[in-house]
Design a binder for this molecule. Structure first.
Ligand SMILES: [Zn+2]
Length: 314
């Protein structure tokens, strides 16, 4: 075992990759970002991943103290086995033991975990969740993820898929979700849902439709667009239901809200917390604490590394 080892952390999204070196004290250095070309086969994807990682190491991105590689991955993944259950944006990886494959190619221990889980641990370690005994993180982006940290440890469930708050149904017969069900939280509060509702309410037709983003809807709401304000109020109400359900079920010390959609800030989160307060079981009402995450894109890198320190390098 190397003394004072470092971890090369990787955040692998659908098309983007971020890399950085993390020390045992939680310092993140030498960040680099790039793109992953759409792969044709699992081998092509592994090739391009390994090329990125070895390129980063070769260019002075890692030192002789490199103890492990930790990958935060955008899809349900067991961090115990590195098994990828499904990969909404990188379908080639479904059903594969990603950690084992990468370990064989890189020659160092590899940990692979879900990126939202990594973000929760990162925020607990170095961000808005510092000092909390338990927290639940909502990650609001193209989809909606969730992660639970109890006494500093990730609760991943028996198969590593716990926390899928985005696919809890809160409106029977509601809008269709990416998972195939109807009325999931994700189908009501994700960036995809906000764009869908705005486009429908404004009757925007192709090709203009494809240029609308959730950020544009937030900007228009800020500029006084009543339709945009109504769409965001609807999403905030759904988020409030999600928050109340999580709080009633788990009674965590803290709820964190992160991901691109959370950048809408008080216009989304304020009404969501108010809605949650009205739905909470009465004895819990005074204890609801909701905060925005503070680490941004660095949370997943730091959290992936922290898991590697705990599980591989102790
Ligand atoms: Zn769903």
């Amino acid at each position: 075992m190397r003394t004072n080892p470092e971890v090369l952390a990787v955040d692998l999204g659908g098309t983007n990759i971020r890399l950085g070196i993390v020390t045992p004290q939680g310092r993140l250095a030498r960040r680099r970002r790039g793109r992953i070309p759409p792969p044709s086969t699992p081998e092509a994807l592994y090739d391009s991943l390994v090329t990125r990682i070895t390129g980063f190491i070769g260019s002075g991105g890692a030192t002789a103290r490199l103890g492990a590689v930790a990958v935060g991955f955008a899809g349900p993944t067991s961090s115990a086995s590195g098994y990828v259950y499904c990969a909404p944006n990188l379908g080639q990886l479904e059903g594969l033991q990603m950690a084992t494959h990468l370990e064989r190619r890189l020659g160092v221990p590899v940990l692979v975990a879900n990126d939202a889980d990594c973000a929760a641990i990162g925020e607990y370690w170095r961000g808005a969740g510092r000092g909390a005994k338990s927290l639940f993180l909502f990650t609001l982006g193209t989809g909606v993820g969730g992660s639970l940290v109890i006494d500093g440890r990730l609760w991943e469930g028996e198969r590593g898929i716990a926390g899928e708050i985005g696919h809890t149904v809160i409106a029977l017969g509601g809008p269709r979700c990416s998972c195939g069900n109807q009325g999931c939280l994700e189908a009501l509060v994700s960036a995809t849902a906000i764009v869908r509702d705005y486009v429908a309410a404004r009757k925007i037709k192709p090709p203009a439709e494809s240029r609308i983003t959730a950020k544009m809807v937030f900007d228009r709401a800020r500029g006084g667009d009543k339709v945009a304000q109504r769409v965001i109020a609807g999403a905030a109400g759904a988020l409030g239901v999600g928050i109340a359900n999580v709080f009633n079920l788990l009674d965590p010390e803290l709820i964190l809200i992160g991901g691109g959609v959370s950048r809408a800030g008080s216009r989304l989160i304020g009404p969501a917390v108010k809605q949650a307060g009205q739905l909470l079981f009465a004895p819990l009402r005074e204890y609801l604490r909701v905060r925005r995450t503070s680490l941004g894109d660095d949370a997943a890198l730091l959290g992936a590394a922290r898991l590697a320190f705990e599980r591989i390098l102790t």
